[in-house]
Design a protein around this ligand. Structure first.
Ligand SMILES: [Ca+2]
Ligand SMILES: [Ca+2]
Length: 388
């Protein structure tokens, strides 16, 4: 007649966190202004060849102005004596002489042009200009003089312009990448990105950095609130302004449960019920014990799948494993090890080879050993740990 014995369980769990990596993208925007074709043709500056051949509306109107001679700005700020510009952006200042005498034969610019700008110095034209990309912010006063005769001869008229070069905008720069986070399946997480620059727009995405197929609606701030998750998920943010776009690195949210998140889902958020040493269903198994072996803390549980048989000259030990799955076990696995001892003294327990750290997946584990006369004790150790 075989003898049956229960064997005992004990264990613990170990959550962990991860690290990060870095990825940056950069872009820049360039703008061109267009102007009339004959003006383009007279220019000797390489940037001008990029201009399209487009007539400026209003040129004829300026030409038709009667009365005193004047030099008038046509673009970028029509009629004004100040010229708006931005460091790093192409400026095409075009001015025109009107009135009598309305046609200039040559032009002069008096005063120092901002670095990066050049005088077109067109001849036999009633329009002239200054073009290029200013590099230094500041206010620069220049005088433009138009002569009636060629080679800067004859009647002339002078006008003062102030070129106001504003600081250029920089593409966004990420100072703090969104970090990887480990959380349980009952917690919310918050991801943050630190950025320097102006006029920033944000869009968070689910997935790997650079994959824009899953934008998160309304996620347009420097932080993202992530609701409780049941599985690992990745997020990233794209930041853009007028001068460029940058992608953050991928922030990985890892979901790893523990006793507390298991207890909250199984027993509710009630410290009285969810304490590890409680036995709410009165089956003799504490909550912590039920968490470890995978039984319900609200239903009476029987440890019926574990048995030891002693038959003739052999000991047969068998048990059913359980996978760590369902509420409270995200990112976790349950592992089983068999240990043996001759006298159950504290330091006498040794692992039985080939029966160590068996990952539970619903399989039946059987161990068979000859009985050699001496006393032998066995125990089964169950651990819950982060998935390997
Ligand atoms: Ca119980
Ligand atoms: Ca139970």
């Amino acid at each position: 007649m075989p003898k049956k014995n229960k064997i005992s369980f004990y264990g613990k769990h170990l959550p962990k966190a991860g690290l990060t990596s870095l990825l940056l993208n950069k872009g820049a925007a360039t703008h061109f202004i267009t102007y009339e074709s004959h003006f383009v043709g007279s220019a000797a500056i390489t940037q001008i060849v990029k201009w399209s051949s487009v007539a400026v509306a209003g040129l004829g109107t300026y030409d038709a102005v009667s009365g005193a001679t004047q030099i008038t700005q046509i673009t970028p700020s029509s009629g004004s004596s100040t010229v708006p510009a931005k460091a790093g952006e192409l400026l095409n200042l075009v001015y025109q002489i009107t009135g009598a005498p309305h046609r200039a034969r040559s032009w002069a610019v008096i005063g120092e042009l901002p670095e990066g700008l050049n005088h077109l110095n067109s001849t036999n034209s009633n329009t002239d200009g200054i073009t290029g990309t200013p590099t230094q912010p500041g206010n620069y006063t220049i005088r433009v003089r138009a002569y009636k005769g060629s080679n800067n001869n004859g009647y002339n008229y002078t006008k003062t312009f102030t070129i106001e070069v504003a600081p250029g905008s920089e593409p966004p720069i990420i100072s703090t990448q969104p970090s990887n986070v480990t959380m349980t399946s009952v917690n919310e997480a918050s991801l943050q990105v630190g950025v320097s620059g102006n006029g920033m727009k944000y869009q968070w995405y689910k997935g790997e950095s650079g994959n824009t197929s899953n934008p998160i609606p309304g996620a347009n701030n420097n932080s993202l609130k992530v609701e409780a998750l049941k599985a690992d998920s990745n997020y990233w943010v794209q930041i853009s302004n007028d001068s460029g776009t940058v992608n953050s690195q991928t922030a990985k949210i890892k979901v790893v449960d523990n006793y507390s998140s298991w207890a909250e889902q199984q027993l509710g958020n009630n410290p009285e019920l969810s304490a590890p040493e409680k036995d709410n269903d009165g089956d003799g198994l504490t909550n912590e014990f039920e968490y470890l072996i995978g039984s319900s803390p609200v239903e009476q549980s029987l440890d019926s799948d574990t048995e030891i048989l002693i038959e003739d000259s052999k000991i047969e030990l068998s048990f059913m494993t359980k996978a760590a799955q369902g509420d409270g076990y995200a990112g976790l696995e349950r592992v089983y090890s068999v240990e043996e001892s001759n006298d159950i003294s504290k330091d006498s327990w040794k692992g039985v080879p080939e029966f160590q750290n068996i990952i539970g997946n619903g399989q039946k584990i059987s161990l068979s050993k000859p009985i050699n006369g001496a006393k032998k004790y066995y125990r089964l150790k169950v651990n819950i740990r982060e998935k390997s």
